[in-house]
Write a protein that binds this ligand. Structure first.
Ligand code: CU
Length: 150
């Protein structure tokens, strides 16, 4: 019984020494590490706040695509940001065009234009906020709308 007790005390004492050693080693390390992490976290976060500003400006020079298939504009309605260049690609075997409706506000495509054929494209850059209805002049039933937002 005495030997067993002595062995148990010895094991507990060893475990306590190891635990204290670990506590000192681990306990002392995180203290300088934690402020270092806080500093490095704060520095990039202030830098990241500056990055969204150029990112917010970037979408103003984007592009959008539409197609002409089976005598129809697809998508028929496009919503884009001001400054976006919209490009229509004709996938039909016949010529089409993209012209503003007579009642459309200024800022959209011209009201008269030549036709473009299969595989050809027409592009227009929308720099004015508003709703711009357009159609194809030989096929007035072909109608579409570009909505331009700020
Ligand atoms: Cu057409």
């Amino acid at each position: 019984m005495n030997r067993t007790t002595a062995i148990i005390i010895g094991i507990v004492a060893l475990a306590a020494i190891v635990a204290i050693g670990l506590w000192v080693a681990l306990g002392s390390a995180p203290i300088p590490t934690a402020p270092t992490n806080t500093n490095t976290t704060q520095t990039p976060s202030s830098g990241e706040e500056l990055e969204p500003e150029p990112a917010a400006n970037a979408p103003q020079s984007t592009t959008a695509k539409a197609v002409i298939v089976d005598k129809a504009f697809s998508p028929a309605t496009l919503t884009v940001k001001k400054g976006t260049t919209v490009t229509w690609t004709n996938q039909d075997d016949m010529g089409h065009n993209v012209v503003s409706d007579d009642a459309a506000p200024e800022g959209g495509p011209p009201k008269e234009a030549g036709l473009f054929g299969k595989g050809e494209t027409f592009s227009f850059t929308y720099n004015t906020v508003g709703t711009f209805p357009y159609h194809c002049s030989p096929h007035p039933f072909m109608q579409g709308t570009v909505v331009v937002t700020e």
